[in-house]
Design a protein around this ligand. Structure first.
Ligand SMILES: [Zn+2]
Length: 379
């Protein structure tokens, strides 16, 4: 069987990437970006400990940047083979890599204009938008449960992992030196059971010889609270004060779950849909992809009378002017905006605009969010 080398997500929860070697042939499972502290993100600039151009294939478990974010750099350094992903992952990967490349270029341009850079006299992006475009051309979609050959003697298959639209565990099967075929299962990020919208994770059809398990949440239990009820209580109390509920939400996955719960509150007559605003172009695009991926919806979602992710359900703000106008509406509203960590994106100006003016005064608006320590763990 292959030799396995872990190139990321060891001792930290980002930068997932694992290399499998069969003699001269190498395959990469995920090529994630380190995210978090400056020290961690510095690692994204380190040379790859292998020759990118010599990899036979790359298999991607899901679209999150900590599993895909260095793919454009891999391509910039000479990789030109297939990048396998599930069909529903393709659109999300396209969204996140183009966005990441744009941010990289903007960051380098800003550093150049302001005359600072910790790394270079002439600041450069980690990769460019052109690198991202070339990467997307290498994507090859493979349906869940269908086996495909990586190269003669080695096959792989995706099974649903919940977690995010298109997210998969990957089984890789090949013969060992004793002639016996063995399967190794890379879990990817595995979602919880019973989460709205997407189908639950599915176990591999047969027990693998080895299981390589991501364990981002390995040390804690998720609360069993009713999320719709908790959200409804906060919104009810805030609206009664005439305030706004600002919800920082990751554009992929978390936003769609929140829209689902908000839609249930509308169904229960506890929320007026015209007072809910989705304020993030990326989240709007991701929501459309979620809505279109009918094969991935669970039974509860299909049974809903009104599509919570549909175009007409809630207000959508694509432009900056639309976003800024929300701060001067002067009426109760729910604003769902990026980023999920509230450390960038449009949510920041909403939080600044609605912060209490006087320290002694009771704040009228609310920004429900998970604690930073937990949010940081989101893979
Ligand atoms: Zn993830």
């Amino acid at each position: 069987m292959a030799t396995v080398t872990f190139h990321g997500a060891c001792g930290v929860v980002t930068g997932s990437s694992t290399r499998l070697d069969w003699g001269e042939r190498s395959v990469l499972v995920d090529c994630g970006m380190y995210q978090g502290s400056d020290e961690l993100e510095q690692r994204n600039w380190a040379p790859f400990p292998y020759t990118a151009a010599k990899l036979a294939a790359v298999v991607v478990t899901h679209a999150h940047l900590d599993h895909t974010g260095l793919l454009p750099r891999l391509v910039a350094e000479g990789y030109s083979g297939p990048i396998y992903c599930t069909g529903p992952s393709r659109g999300l990967i396209s969204l996140v890599l183009q966005d990441a490349a744009q941010l990289q270029e903007e960051g380098a341009r800003y550093a150049r204009e302001k005359g600072y850079s910790r790394r270079h006299a002439e600041p450069k992006p980690l990769y460019t938008e052109e690198d991202a475009r070339r990467t997307l051309k290498l994507l090859r979609t493979v349906p869940f449960e269908e086996e495909r050959e990586l190269f003669p003697g080695v096959r792989f298959r995706f099974t649903r992992a919940g977690h995010l639209l298109g997210a998969a565990s990957v089984e890789v099967t090949g013969k060992g030196s004793d002639g016996e075929a063995r399967t190794w299962c890379f879990s990817g990020d595995v979602g919880r059971y019973g989460v709205p919208i997407l189908k639950d994770p599915e176990p591999p059809p047969l027990p693998p010889a080895a299981l390589l398990l991501e364990s981002t949440y390995g040390d804690r239990r998720h609360p069993q609270e009713d999320a719709t009820e908790a959200l409804g209580k906060i919104i009810g109390e805030t609206y009664a004060r005439g305030g706004m509920v600002i919800i920082p939400a990751f554009a992929l996955g978390r936003t769609q779950e929140i829209l689902y719960h908000l839609s249930r509150l509308v169904e229960a007559g506890r929320l007026a849909p015209e007072t809910v605003f989705l304020d993030s172009p990326m989240a709007i695009n991701a929501t459309q992809l979620y809505d279109q991926a009918e094969s991935e919806h669970d039974e509860e979602f299909d049974a809903l009378a009104v599509d919570p992710l549909g175009n007409g359900r809630f207000q959508r703000c694509r432009t900056v002017d639309q976003s800024k106008a929300l701060n001067t509406r002067g009426e109760p509203a729910v604003i769902v905006a990026s980023s999920g960590m509230a450390n960038g994106g449009r949510v920041v100006h909403h939080l600044l605009a609605t912060r209490p003016r006087a320290p002694a005064g009771a704040p009228s608006s609310t920004a429900p969010r998970r604690s930073p320590s937990r949010a940081r763990r989101c893979g």
